[in-house]
Structures are given as C-alpha cells and as structure tokens.
Design a protein around this ligand. Structure first.
Ligand SMILES: C[S@@+](CC[C@H](N)C(=O)[O-])C[C@H]1O[C@@H](n2cnc3c(N)ncnc32)[C@H](O)[C@@H]1O
Length: 304
C-alpha cells in the first residue's frame, strides 16, 4: 500500500474548482489523483507515470470516480510536449517525486537494500540503463562522483574503491551483495548511524533514472504551462530535489538583482510568479508515516 504524503495540504494548495484542468506528473497509485478527480467534476485530469504496474492499479481507482481523465504512460520529462498536443495551458500541476512504496516493496525492482534482488532500479523497465550497468561498468571516478553528488555520501571514494575491487573477481549481481560491499568499506561507527547503503542506493537510483535533470527540465516546463492564477505544487523527498525546486522558484518569483533599486520596475521585469508555501509534514503525519519525514511541499502561483 502506498500512503500519500502531504495529501491534504497539496490538494488544498492546488486551489481546485469543479472546472480545473490539472496535471499530476507522478500518478503512482492515484492517492493524489483520486482526490483531485473527485473535486473536478467538469474539469479534466492528465496523469503521467512511467511505471506500467502503477498505472494498472491507479486506473482501477480512477475509473470508479469518473472518466474525465487521461493517463499518459511516459516520463514527465515529456510534460510540455505531451500536454501541448492536447491543450495550451492548465490550472494546476503536481509533482510527488521519488518512488512509491509498492515499488520499494517489490524486491524484484531492486530499489531496496533490505531485499535481495537483481540490481535494477529502473522506474521505466523499458529503458536500457540499469543499476547493474552502473555498478559493474562505471569507472572509479564516475562512481565516486555520483555517490558524492547524488548521495552526499562521505565515504564515496572508499565505497567506490570497494566496488571496483570486488568486481575484478566477479560481477556484482544483487542488491545484498552491493549492500555488503558498502558496509565493508565504511567505518564501524558509521555502520551504527543508520543503514550505510542508504545514500549510495539513492545515488544509483538517481543516476539510473536521471532524476535531477529530468525534474529540473519538467519543473521549468510546468511553470510555462500554468495559467495565470494556477499553481505548481512540488513534494520532494531529499535535499537535492528540494534545492532545485527552491532555486527555480526563487528565480522566477524575484526581480533581477540589477533592477531591484529602480524606483519603478517595468512590467516586463516584474516577476510572473509568487511563492505561496513551503511546508513540512506535521509531527502527527511523520509518526503515522515514516516515509514522510524528509518530505517538503513547495507551492508557487502564476500571477501575470
Ligand atoms: C511517490 S510516487 C507518487 C504517489 C502518488 N502521488 C500517490 O499518492 O499515490 C511517484 C510516482 O512517480 C513516478 N515517477 C517518478 N519519476 C517519474 C518520471 N520522471 N516520469 C514519470 N513518472 C515518474 C514513479 O513511477 C511513481 O509511481
């Protein structure tokens, strides 16, 4: 079961009305989308997901609510192109990033360092690059760099060295083999501070799915697709995604530095967007759903 994070808050900030045209970029198990669909009886929902398994389950839920929706089975990097084939502008766009609980729970997807499976981690199982290729073929420098940048892992170099050494003897095939190599290449003290494989697994997943580049492009496109008065809501689960969101939202909602001292700001330099919210889950939600502990919701509105 997937328990949606910041559900009430994100739906409330989307400012839905019965005629709203909404895009859910991360349909997943339709936790958010089913709430949206219930409130837009005369509107329309476009929902993206690149995972066919998630879509199958989501479809069952949405069918029960209405037929004013379309599921688009592609990466949300294609957001603008796909939406513009259908419509010019929309009233709200939601991103609820990352993987869903069922994706993590299904051992065979290879996302979890607790469950033995082939190294995979692809959200879209039709793409060629997977975790096995990265772990067994990337050179030492590239492994170190992704562990540093995408995992913020302080033992990046020693873990990458451990991987390169291990694969000289035999290919690294499974999640647990990899988790063991990681464990062997960090200090005893570090092992006691949470699972030592967590950050490296996150880094490999981001690399497999090119998550940060894809998100940055899609977020910029989302801002272009929004009508005046419409909102973009983003739920992130780690600091790297949140940094991208914060930077883009700050850029588009502020007056360029060199113009800030002008007595009158010409219309074309006035920001087109206004930041509406930046919130974290309540303690109550974190207690009920541990996955929400690192979540953050940022909301921006188009004002002109
Ligand atoms: C956290 S889940 C969304 C859960 C959903 N909001 C709910 O409440 O049921 C994220 C979903 O987005 C999908 N996803 C992640 N990145 C994607 C991308 N770049 N393009 C399309 N779908 C993506 C994943 O496959 C996953 O199903």
């Amino acid at each position: 079961m997937h328990e949606s994070v910041l559900l009430t808050e994100s739906i409330q900030y989307l400012n839905l009305n019965p005629k709203s045209i909404i895009v859910d970029c991360t349909l997943g198990y339709a936790g958010h989308s089913s709430h949206i669909l219930k409130q837009i009886k005369e509107g329309y929902l476009y929902a993206f997901d690149q995972d066919k398994d998630a879509i199958k389950e989501a479809e069952k839920k949405l069918k029960e609510i209405g037929n004013n929706y379309e599921i688009i089975n592609t990466n949300f990097v294609n957001l603008k192109e796909e939406i513009n084939k259908r419509i010019d502008k929309v009233d709200g766009i939601l991103f609820d990033l990352g993987v869903s609980s069922p994706q993590l729970d299904e051992a065979e997807r290879g996302f979890s360092f607790h469950k033995d499976a082939k190294l995979d981690m692809r959200m879209n199982r039709n793409q060629p690059l997977n975790a096995y290729d990265i772990v067994n073929n990337y050179p030492l420098e590239k492994l170190t760099k992704i562990f540093q940048t995408y995992g913020e892992e302080k033992y990046s170099l020693s873990i990458a060295r451990g991987i390169v050494k291990a694969r000289e003897n035999k290919k690294i095939e499974t999640t647990l083999e990899l988790a063991e190599i990681i464990k062997e290449n960090v200090t005893e003290k570090y092992r006691r501070m949470g699972h030592p494989a967590r950050k490296v697994f996150q880094a490999i997943r981001i690399e497999v799915n090119d998550e940060l580049n894809v998100f940055e492009k899609a977020l910029k496109d989302a801002l272009d697709l929004i009508n005046v008065g419409g909102r973009v809501c983003v739920i992130t689960f780690h600091s790297l995604e949140d940094k991208i969101c914060k930077k883009i939202f700050n850029e588009v909602s502020s007056i360029p530095k060199e113009l800030q001292n002008l007595p009158i700001i010409p219309d074309e330099y006035k920001p087109k967007y206004k930041i509406i919210a930046n919130i974290k889950p309540t303690n109550e939600e974190i207690e009920k759903n541990n996955r929400s502990r690192s979540a953050r919701l940022r909301v921006i509105e188009r004002v002109m």
